[in-house]
Each structure stands twice: as structure tokens, then as C-alpha cells.
Design a protein around this ligand. Sequence first.
Ligand SMILES: [Zn+2]
Length: 235
Amino acid sequence: MMKTTDFIWNAAGQKRIEKLTKYLWIDRQCCFCGEKRIGDKGNRDTVMYAKNDVFGDSFANWGLLKAPYSEWICGACAFCLTREIRLSSFVATESQLIKFKKGEIEYYIFNPPDPPFAMAITYSYKKHLAIRARISMSKENYHIRIEEKECWFAPAKLKPLYDVMLKLYAIPESEKGKAQPRTWFTKAEMLTGNYRLGRIMAYGRDNLYTDEAMLKPYRGQIAFELLVYALNLEL
Ligand SMILES: [Zn+2]
């Protein structure tokens, strides 16, 4: 199977990193993926960049390097370590790299593309996720790399849970039209299960009891946190 870094780089059109001026074509082993790329001058696939130009001071994932003794890194791995790809959530397919914003997470996790694809979601806009993403072969239950974590996401199974979250995160009639309307409950309340009494009474204790029965089994799971994070304020 194709390596994830190659897959993501292909999705991005095998983009060359223009600012990295120190490169060569002859055969070298990539320090990151460990693959030996055979040189073929003019073939973009075989460009190797100087390792020191790619890894910044803040790089903390040295344990992931397959050939740490090599001074060179291949185009695919180098691309997956760029700031450009770190600053966005994304899904890579065989033909394109789709970057998306926080407000679009809901759409993409419930409507993933046809496989194969690799998805990563950032909360911090700092972590290297592309190098740790995985290629999924199904959209019924697929892999998402999220920060230091990962989860398997089954859209059909998790949609009813998300629908309940949407209800809890809706804006009550009484709040509509206000400059800073409050939702029935906050994300923190959903994450912890500690709801404020006044809000419980306003929402209806029995209603909350029913909804909470849906949330409770999933609380603490990575997919649960992701869904709460994905909730958008519907103004
Ligand atoms: Zn590589």
C-alpha cells in the first residue's frame, strides 16, 4: 500500500517546495520514510531536500524517523511537514487535497469522500498531523488523525449522537435576537455532563434525562470530543 506521505503529496499535485533551495536528484534514502528514491533528473518525484532545512527547532517527533542517519528527506515527506499543511484540517483523496476550516468539520466528517482518503483535524494548528494520518479504505468507518490522538469514525452510528448535541447546543427562542445569545447548554457542560441547574429546569429535566442517556456512553471518547468541537453556533 502507498505510504500516507506519498498519498497526501500526490493529492496536492506533488507540489515542489520552492523555498527549499538545497536539493538534489541523485539517489538518497529519505530520513523520514526510509525509502531510497532513485534519482532521475527532471522527475519531481525524486527531489531530495536537505533535512536541516525542513525540520524546525520545534520539531518533536524524531522518533518517527525511519532513517535518522540520512541528511536528506524526500519531496513527499517534506511536503507533509510544511507549515502550509499544518495550518489546516484536511482530507486527501487520490486526486485532490481539500483543506477545511473549523466550521466545515461537521460537513466533512459526516460526508467523507469516496475512499481511499486520509483525514486529519487540527485543534491547535501546530501539530504535525499529515505524517501521522492513515489511508482509509471505507467511509462507513474510517480513520481520523486528531492532534496527538486518532479515532475511527462511523458517520451513520454517530449521527444520532450528534443530532442530540445539536439540540443541546441550539439557541432557545428567548435568546434569539440577542447580541450574544446563549445556547441551551455549553460545550463544557456537554463534555463533563455537569449541567447548571437553572438550564436544566429551563430545558426540561425529562428532556435532558433522555438526551443525556444518548451522550453518556460516548463521553470521554475521542469521537465525542470531536463532535462537541465541531458544533457550530446556528445564529
Ligand atoms: Zn520520505
